[in-house]
Ligand binder design. Structure first.
Ligand SMILES: Nc1nc2c(c(=O)[nH]1)N[C@H]1C(S)=C(S)[C@@H](COP(=O)(O)O)O[C@H]1N2
Ligand SMILES: [Mo]
Length: 303
C-alpha cells in the first residue's frame, strides 16, 4: 500500500485542494471511465425489496447534501501525509439503502467498483448519518483519480473503505473479505487517533527561542478532545490550543506557542485524545495491519 502524496506547503490548508489530495488505489483509474460516465450505472441489488439502477444523470438529479470529511489511508505512517480533507457533495447512502428496502435479516453491504476492487461494510455502519455517495469534491465533479463518477465516504473508517468508481451495492447477509482484508489488513478499518507536527519540521534550525508549534489531529467521527505537546523529551506535556473543526468528521488544527529555555537539540512530541477512548497510545507504530496511532516526534535545533 503506497499512497501518492503531494506536499506543496508546510502547513496544510483546512480544505485540501484536489491537486494536493493524496491518491491511493491498487491499479489506477479504470479504463472504462476514461471516456466519461455515459455507459456507467449504479445498481443496488441483493436482499432488497426494491432493486435500483441509476445512471449518472439520475444520480445528479437527486437532492444532494454537502459534507466535510477527512480521509486517512490505513497505510499512512506516523507523521505521514496520506491524509486530506475535502468538501464532498452527493446523496446520503442511508437514503439509497432505505429506498432499496433491505430484508430484515440482511446485515452487510458488499460494494464493488469498476476497477475490480470490492469491500464489505456492516449495514449498521453504512447507515451512519454522515455516509455519502459523492459526485463532487470541493465544488467540482470528482476527478478520475478521486473516483469519478461516484465514490463512497463513511466517517470514522480508513480510506480502504472509501470506495472509488462504485458500480454495485449488494445487500447481503454474509461478509466476504475485501481486497485489502485478503492481504491481511483490518476488516473493520476503524480509524485510530493520530496527531502530527507540521511546523517546525524535523531537523529545522530555529532562529528564535520563541516559536509556535503547529499541526493537525484526527480521530474520524469521534472528535478530538484535546492535544498535548511536549518540548522536554516527553517528561512533561501541556495542552495545545485547538481550532474549531469544520465538521464533526474532520481533522483539527492545533497550535502551541512556546519558549525554549536553552539552545541546542530539542525534542518535540505530540499526542491527542478523542472524545471516547482517551489518549493516543504509542504501542502500535506499524500501519500494518490496522493503522497506526504512534506518537509523532521531531527534533529541532534551537540557536
Ligand atoms: N475502487 C477503489 N476504491 C478505492 C481504492 C482502490 O484501490 N479502488 N483504494 C482505497 C484506498 S486504500 C484509499 S486510502 C482511498 C484513497 O482515496 P483517494 O485516492 O481519493 O485519496 O481510496 C480507497 N478507494
Ligand atoms: Mo489507503
Amino acid at each position: 500500500m503506497v499512497p501518492r502524496v503531494f506536499k506543496t506547503r508546510r502547513l496544510p490548508l483546512p480544505i485540501t485542494p484536489v491537486e494536493e489530495f493524496y491518491i491511493e488505489d491498487y491499479s489506477g483509474p479504470p479504463k472504462s471511465l476514461r471516456q466519461g460516465a455515459d455507459r456507467w450505472q449504479l445498481t443496488v441489488k441483493g436482499k432488497v425489496d426494491h432493486p435500483l439502477t441509476l445512471n449518472y444523470r439520475q444520480i445528479l438529479a437527486r437532492p444532494s447534501v454537502k459534507r466535510i470529511i477527512t480521509l486517512n489511508c490505513i497505510g499512512n505512517p506516523v507523521g505521514g501525509r496520506a491524509i486530506g480533507n475535502a468538501e464532498w457533495q452527493g446523496i446520503p447512502l442511508k437514503d439509497l439503502i432505505d429506498e432499496a428496502d433491505p430484508h430484515f435479516f440482511s446485515n452487510t453491504l458488499i460494494i464493488r467498483a469498476e476497477d475490480g476492487y470490492f469491500e464489505s461494510i456492516p449495514l449498521r455502519k453504512a447507515r451512519h448519518p454522515g455516509a455519502l455517495l459523492a459526485t463532487k469534491m470541493n465544488g467540482q465533479p470528482l476527478t478520475l483519480n478521486h473516483g469519478y463518477p461516484l465514490r463512497l465516504l463513511i466517517p470514522g473508517l480508513y480510506g480502504i473503505k472509501q470506495m472509488k468508481w462504485i458500480k454495485e451495492i449488494e445487500v447481503a447477509n454474509h461478509r466476504p473479505k475485501g481486497y485489502w482484508h485478503k492481504k491481511g489488513w483490518s476488516k473493520q478499518a476503524k480509524v485510530k487517533i493520530i496527531s502530527r507536527i507540521d511546523l517546525p519540521e524535523n531537523n529545522e534550525v530555529l532562529r528564535s527561542r520563541q516559536t509556535v508549534i503547529r499541526g493537525i489531529a484526527f480521530a474520524g467521527d469521534r472528535g478530538i478532545q484535546y492535544v498535548q505537546v511536549s518540548i522536554d523529551g516527553e517528561k512533561t506535556w501541556a495542552l495545545a490550543d485547538l481550532e474549531k473543526p469544520l465538521s464533526p468528521y474532520t481533522w483539527v488544527f492545533w497550535k502551541f506557542p512556546c519558549t525554549f529555555h536553552k539552545p541546542g537539540r530539542t525534542r518535540i512530541a505530540v499526542r491527542a485524545a478523542d472524545q471516547y477512548s482517551g489518549l493516543q497510545q504509542d504501542d502500535l507504530r506499524d500501519p500494518f495491519p490496522s493503522g497506526t496511532s504512534g506518537i509523532h516526534r521531531i527534533e529541532v535545533m534551537v540557536s
